[in-house]
Design a protein around this ligand. Structure first.
Ligand code: HEC
Length: 170
């Protein structure tokens, strides 16, 4: 039991590190852990991200077919445009016009769609993590996110990832 408590504390700390490392906001507010003590700032961040997915990624790692996967395509205007088309057709209804997770189809979903404008600036947004998330969707954690493998080609998944980086990653 103690081990489990310790490991869940460790996981919150790792999560904070993954989310906070590149966050200027976290720096400004003195870090996520302090943020929590200062009145729910951490909870504010936690609300924007997929906690269950992050836990699974950190504890179980990725299935072999996704581990270490890297985008073979360089960003180009054509691919980013293709990625934008896919975002508008497939993702916007839930993740919203500005990626904040507030699209019309997001209503009532639990867990709710992540704020992509937030998560894309965090260290966790690696190629392997994003590709796995989009390909397998919510299946591994029981969320409403559709699995896009079989719907989108690998190239289209990489195109939407390039678009997310371009639009939200900086
Ligand atoms: C039916 C609603 C829905 C649609 C459509 C949808 N998503 Fe999601 N998405 C979710 C939900 C709910 C979550 C949070 C739970 C989870 O991680 O599965 C999520 C989480 C994510 C995450 C993980 C972010 C994090 O917090 O780490 C990424 C990345 C993502 N979605 C990208 C996409 C992309 C790209 C598309 C379109 C190709 C898309 N989603 C379409 C509902 C949706």
């Amino acid at each position: 039991m103690r081990g489990r408590v310790a490991s869940s504390i460790a996981s919150v700390i790792t999560l904070a590190a993954l989310l906070g490392a590149c966050s200027t906001e976290a720096g400004r507010h003195g870090g996520m852990m302090r943020g929590r003590m200062m009145g729910g700032r951490m909870m504010g961040h936690m609300d924007k991200v997929s906690i269950k997915r992050h836990r699974l990624y950190m504890h179980a790692g990725l299935p072999a077919e996704y581990a270490g996967k890297k985008n073979p395509y360089k960003p180009s205007p054509e691919l980013i445009k293709r990625g934008e088309e896919i975002y508008v057709q497939q993702c916007k209804a839930c993740h919203g016009e500005d990626g904040r997770g507030d699209g019309p189809a997001a209503k009532g979903l639990d867990p709710k769609p992540s704020d992509l404008s937030f998560i894309m600036k965090r260290r966790i947004a690696t190629d392997e993590y994003l590709f796995w998330t989009i390909a397998e969707g919510g299946k591994p954690i029981g969320s409403a996110m559709p699995a896009y493998k079989g719907i989108l080609s690998e190239k289209d998944i990489w195109a939407v990832i390039l678009y997310l980086r371009e639009r939200f990653g900086r």
